[in-house]
Ligand binder design. Structure first.
Ligand code: AMP
Ligand code: MG
Length: 411
């Protein structure tokens, strides 16, 4: 199958061939960035007991209701102490530290700043209402409650919540294992001499790094040259060992565009090859391979195109496989800080831009040369700006940006 398709059409077709991986049980410490495969219920209460939120004195609110009062200090409780048989009676107080269990009889805590201790006694300088500075048991999480729904992405605070509940293992969608293989007889490795006509393979290192940055397991499958047999061999092995595979190069209409040929040979009916109405990233191939319907993404060879095509098609699909609910990066309204002109060509243009917060809101300006071989401008960019088919935008006009690095938005 071939023809000019929109980004949305190609993406929809890709996503319809992918599904979440089978859930696995992992230790809590390994769950960061993964997605809960089932709802998680609490078996414990957080906090487990009433405790003080301040350093101060635990007391009976009614003893100080009328304002300053002198109370007899009958004990002291540090965080972790068992309050045991300690009871706060009428006219009494217990010196208490943050996190210590509230002793029986007490119903409030006066913070230390509003007290004056005097051998065996304490002057409470102000009235404190019942419940003041007391954390009630279960006021964060009650036992038996659904804490996190299936599909929740587990961040550092989620890990903390689960630890506070005594959850040592969680059922999650695993991190997809994604192989990366380069094609192209012109490529040589990072080190070694650059013979005439050769260039260094930059797609494999950048795609492997991109995968790791996105929370996937990256597997280096090496280089297959422009030899269909070598590529087929690598892909057959990878279809067993990986959950998905990225290839780069060999998908345009040149003489040596072997990826399309190999995908058709191995993927049969599943192989798709498109001219996508986008720049960069026009040629793109996709298939799934038996025996596990492993998705294979045939990304274009130009270094910018490879990463942009990954963003458009592979990343959303890999996130779907990882069980994520949000597949897309955030799209935000911005303003062009300079003219961004283009000519109508039936394609969506994605401009490498730096976006910063400025007086006009998010302000976008091109980050450098926009050729699909000019990777430096993508390195300098924190977003891609959408220029729909047409003449582009003038400085001051609104446009939409696709944020690649939210940390880079601050001025
Ligand atoms: P192709 O689609 O294979 O014709 O490649 C398009 C362009 O991308 C050519 O200029 C290739 O030399 C270049 N290219 C292909 N693969 C890589 C790679 N792994 N690293 C850097 N450039 C590449
Ligand atoms: Mg090539």
């Amino acid at each position: 199958m071939s023809g000019l398709v929109t980004v949305e059409e190609a993406r929809r077709s890709v996503l319809s061939s992918c599904r979440p991986l089978d859930a696995v049980r992992v230790p809590l410490a390994d769950a960061l960035g993964l997605v809960a495969a089932r709802p998680i219920f609490s078996t414990e209460t957080v906090p487990p007991f009433a405790n003080s939120s301040m350093d101060g004195y635990a007391l009976r609110a009614r003893d100080v209701a009328a304002g300053p009062a002198k109370l007899r200090v009958v004990g002291q409780l540090m965080a972790g102490d068992d309050p045991g048989a300690l009871v706060v009676g009428e006219g009494e107080a217990v010196r208490i530290m943050t996190g210590a269990a509230l002793p029986d009889g007490a119903d409030a805590v006066c913070m230390i700043e509003h007290t004056r201790p005097r051998d065996g006694w304490v002057l409470i300088e102000e009235a404190v209402g019942p419940g003041t500075n007391v954390r009630r048991p279960g006021d964060d999480i009650a036992a038996g409650e659904e804490v996190f729904a299936a599909g929740e992405s587990l961040g550092p605070a989620h890990i903390g919540v689960l630890a506070s509940l005594g959850v040592a293992q969680v059922d999650v969608f695993p991190r997809p294992r994604v192989g990366v293989v380069s094609t192209g007889d012109e490529l040589v490795a990072i080190t070694g001499p650059l013979a005439p006509g050769k260039i260094r393979d930059s797609n494999r290192p950048s795609l492997l790094a991109r995968l790791r940055a996105d929370g996937f397991q990256a597997v280096d499958l090496g280089w297959a040259g422009d030899e269909p047999g070598a590529l087929a061999h690598t892909l057959v092995q990878a279809a067993q060992a990986c959950d998905a595979v990225l290839t780069s190069g060999g998908v345009s209409v040149g003489d040596r565009d072997i990826v399309r040929v190999v995908l058709e040979e191995l993927g049969g009916q599943q192989a798709r090859w498109w001219q996508v109405a986008v720049r960069p990233g026009k040629p793109f191939a996709f298939s799934t391979f038996p025996p596990r319907s492993t998705p294979v993404f045939g990304l274009p060879g130009n270094p910018v195109s490879a990463l942009v095509s990954y963003e458009l098609f592979a990343r959303p699909a890999l996130r779907l496989m990882a069980g994520q609910r949000s597949l897309e990066r955030p799209r935000l309204p911005a303003v062009a800080a300079s003219d961004m002109r283009r000519h109508p060509d039936g394609r969506l243009h994605l401009v490498r831009v730096t976006v910063k917060t400025g007086p006009a809101g998010l302000e976008a300006r091109p980050s450098g040369g926009q050729g699909s071989h000019q990777l430096r401008a993508l390195a300098a960019a924190n977003a891609l700006a959408f220029l729909p088919d047409g003449e582009g935008v003038a400085a001051g006009e609104p446009l939409e940006v696709w944020v690649l690095d939210p940390d880079g938005l601050s001025p």
